[in-house]
Write a protein that binds this ligand. Structure first.
Ligand SMILES: [Zn+2]
Length: 218
């Protein structure tokens, strides 16, 4: 997660290398055990056990992710009265990636990668946690549309998709030349977009999902 003050909140992988290897082995094993099954035959005791082990590892990863989200949102809610976040229509995006009647799977591959990053990071859950934690302390969350926040330079307002390369943003306006973390730039834009709506409140913090913005850097 990138904040408008230039800091980030990082987390390690939810599963350690050994756990990831074990998960991959178990997934292959379950495929073999499924393939060995006769049509109509119920899942064997062995296959059920493999499923259990897979589910336990996935639950471990999820528990670690939720723990991290709780820690991070508690810290943000304790630090800022108002937190501005980008408003992502997560469910709409996930739906469109599977292909709809009017857009039968165009850009599906690209969107599927993005959606994996979004759902993997569970940005929606982070926002929900932030909403109740800030409101418990008398603050609140402001959602602003994400449109243009990644491509626009926060310093001079110049907008050019070419300025962004991976996790770097380098303003192409020669009179400006600001360069830094692409998600920090976007977070500042998000904060500025909400600035007028929440002026006078002070304690303005902005956060965005870094993984959504830079899925290939994960
Ligand atoms: Zn600039």
């Amino acid at each position: 997660m990138a904040l408008s003050d230039g800091t980030t909140r990082e987390h390690g992988p939810w599963l350690r290398d050994g756990e990831k290897q074990r998960l991959r082995r178990l997934e292959k094993k379950s495929a073999r055990q499924r393939a060995a099954r006769l049509p109509g035959q119920r899942a064997s005791h062995r296959l059920a056990r493999t499923y259990d082990r897979i589910a336990r590892l996935r639950a471990t990863a999820k528990r670690r992710a939720v723990d991290w989200q709780h820690q991070t949102t508690t810290e943000l809610a304790a630090t800022f009265g108002v937190v501005v976040v980008e408003d992502l229509k997560i469910t709409n995006m996930v739906r469109s990636a599977r292909g709809t009647v009017d857009d039968s799977g165009r850009n599906v591959r690209q969107k599927a990668g993005l959606n994996r990053a979004i759902t993997g990071e569970a940005w929606g859950r982070t926002v929900t946690l932030l909403e109740y934690k800030t409101s418990d302390r008398g603050g609140h969350v402001v959602k602003v549309p994400a449109r243009g926040t990644s491509q626009t330079c926060h310093q001079c307002g110049h907008c050019d998709p070419a300025a962004r390369a991976g996790i770097r943003y380098a303003c192409v306006n020669p009179a400006c030349g600001w360069a830094g973390h692409a998600d920090t730039n976007a977070a500042i834009n998000i904060r500025n977009a909400a600035g007028t709506a929440v002026s006078g409140r002070g304690d303005l913090g902005a956060a965005r999902s870094a993984k959504r913005q830079s899925p290939h850097a994960a």
